[in-house]
Design a protein around this ligand. Sequence first.
Ligand code: SAM
Ligand code: SF4
Length: 337
Amino acid sequence: MTDAPRLIDPYARAITYLRVSVTDRCDFRCRYCMSENMTFLPKKELLSLEELDRLCSAFVSQGVEKLRITGGEPLVRRGIMGFFNAMSRHLESGALRELTLTTNGSQLSKYAADLYAAGMRRVNISLDTLDEAKFAHITRWGRLAQVLEGIDAAQNAGLRVKINVVAVKDTNEDELEKIVNWCAERDMDLTFIEVMPMGDMGDLDRTDQYWALEDLRDRLAESFTLTDLPDNTGGPARYVRLEETGQKVGFITPLSHNFCESCNRVRLTCTGQLYQCLGQEDEADLRKVLRDNPDDDTPLIAAIHSAIARKPKGHDFDYSRQETSGAMARHMSHTGG
Ligand code: SAM
Ligand code: SF4
């Protein structure tokens, strides 16, 4: 045991993992994530890069060992490499064990080598299809070739890549095997994600996009031999090994399974709101505490502890009655996926 500061919630879970959204903006408009004409936040609402540094450093000082940077698209934020370079000091000191990123891959050709140099070793890249036309349809503004180049750049730079695939009914159902084999050939891990009811998607009915991962798993079992692996990530993913390829494949099923008992994470929005749970509305306004106390981190650290002391036991998503009860009004791009 050490007596270093730790963040322990009311259910005795140690909070060691912080996901941080650094921008709500994005160069794509994925259909399950954003509407085409999104209104983004005014710049003054966003945490500055210096404020992000202060906040993340405060969490690290209180026992957070893993930082995942997300968005929006984190790599479209101007000056973001400066933030990654600054965070590398926590890796060097040993306080932070991992600095990582979830990205759509569009800017990786430009940044992969710099990210590796800043101490990053793994990235999650979101890619739902290997078909150019479908990719253009899903992302509205994205180009598949650019993302594939980004993936090459990441691997060439020495970054370990995990591909995140959102399972969307009638869209990538027929590509399962192709995606699995493509990831195996390139030695990339793979995780499937169920569509979650986040944000107001206008005319889109979310239950139309919903493809239960249980069904996806059954489909996978028709082509591969699946062996369950023990889960020790504290997250919502369940893992299997595909015996034919040796690959580890994850399933994130936040809606159909309860993963909350082992939750070790909290989320910080790009405006400095701390959400203790992805599926609940309670939050703490850390930006106010930060801006009210520019030269003293003591109130900030107290606010972080008081927010963790209110972390709820779990979430209330429920698709079981074919309606999105427990759906959240806020967007994934704001909270960070
Ligand atoms: N722009 C980056 C990206 O796409 O990886 C990071 C942010 S994005 C919000 C993070 C993850 O959330 C992506 O893997 C994306 O596919 C996923 N996502 C977005 N909206 C979702 C939804 N409604 N349900 C499930 N996953 C979603
Ligand atoms: Fe952008 Fe990622 Fe949302 Fe797609 S999922 S619109 S890439 S933030």
